[in-house]
Design a protein around this ligand. Sequence first.
Ligand code: DHB
Length: 386
Amino acid sequence: MFNRRQHLTAIALAVLGTGLAQAQDTVKIGVILPMTGQQASTGRQIDAAIKLWVAQNGKKVAGKTIEVIVKDDGSIPDATRRLAQELVVNDKVVALAGFGITPSAMATAPIATQSKTPMVVMAAATSSITEASPYIVRTSFTLPQAAVALAEWSNKNGIKKVVSLVADYGPGFDAEKFFTNQVLLNSGQVMDKLRTPLRAPDFAPVLQKVRDLKPDALFVFLPSGQGAAFMKQFGERGLDKAGIRLIATGDVTDDDQLNDIGDVALGVVNAHHYSAAHPSAMNKKFVADFQAANKFRPNFMAVSGYDGMRVIYKALEASKGQGGDALLAGMKGQIFESPRGMVLIDAQTRDVVHDMYIRKVERKDGQLWNIEFDAVKGMKDPGKAK
Ligand code: DHB
């Protein structure tokens, strides 16, 4: 017979044992996204894509049960860092993921390094992010990729005099630098470099300036969610009628907003890694399944979230559910078909290598789409070339 003390010890051990078994059987992934605030569409898209990945691929990987924990940082970097700390220390996540804007990714990089937690950047796109921690892996894209691909196209298409307009922070600086440098290398002319604030931008003054300068083309990068407001003002102020051609990174002709923008978007040539109209069997299924689950079209954020989950699942298979350096090793060098096309996670840079498509906005079956007509194949981040 157990005495009372032995009995309590046995219960305590049993409880502890259950806890340990659960801890060993469950693998947690901590996702931090802007679900509210100005970047909320980024969070909505990536969250929906993660749910789609889990619905299609199940919750069991390497014999473990996957638990995805989603936290809203409202795209406030201090909140991102605090949430990351809590996810690592309290929830013991094996990977961090998400990161809607560059400052959020940068604020979290030291936590990834100190805790040796792989951190999958699914949205932010400033080139230098992957250099902020050896534990960062990126599945989104980089602005230098889009800017250089577009500048090459514009040079071949008679655009000589340009003005650039970018959001006034990391990815904007990259877009401006890599686009305008490429124009200068191609013996073109950069008439002005304009910037608008990340938060609550007012496009009226810069559009007036562009009108007065009369470039062949205005090159634009704005973060996901700002494209519709910008393009409407571009049209309302008659810049299209004044013969100023609008060219952009695909963030501006965002699939999330494209149908709301309307006719002013028609004919806008832009460069990006993902279009919901990408004509592959895998993408057709991805878009159909995504729309059936969500009633909205997936954009470039969604595909990066979906691919990020693929990278984490396959790495967990390779590491047999272990985190840390084993998980990171499983992420490096992955090569796979994505709804965007083929993707490589470069083992040296941990950055994404993929095709940069040149697209034109066209109407098809009553809806607006980014229709791909050219591509720079297998493009590495030009920002990494030292
Ligand atoms: C970033 C955010 C975006 O919404 C986008 O489209 C591109 C880059 C960023 O903050 O890095």
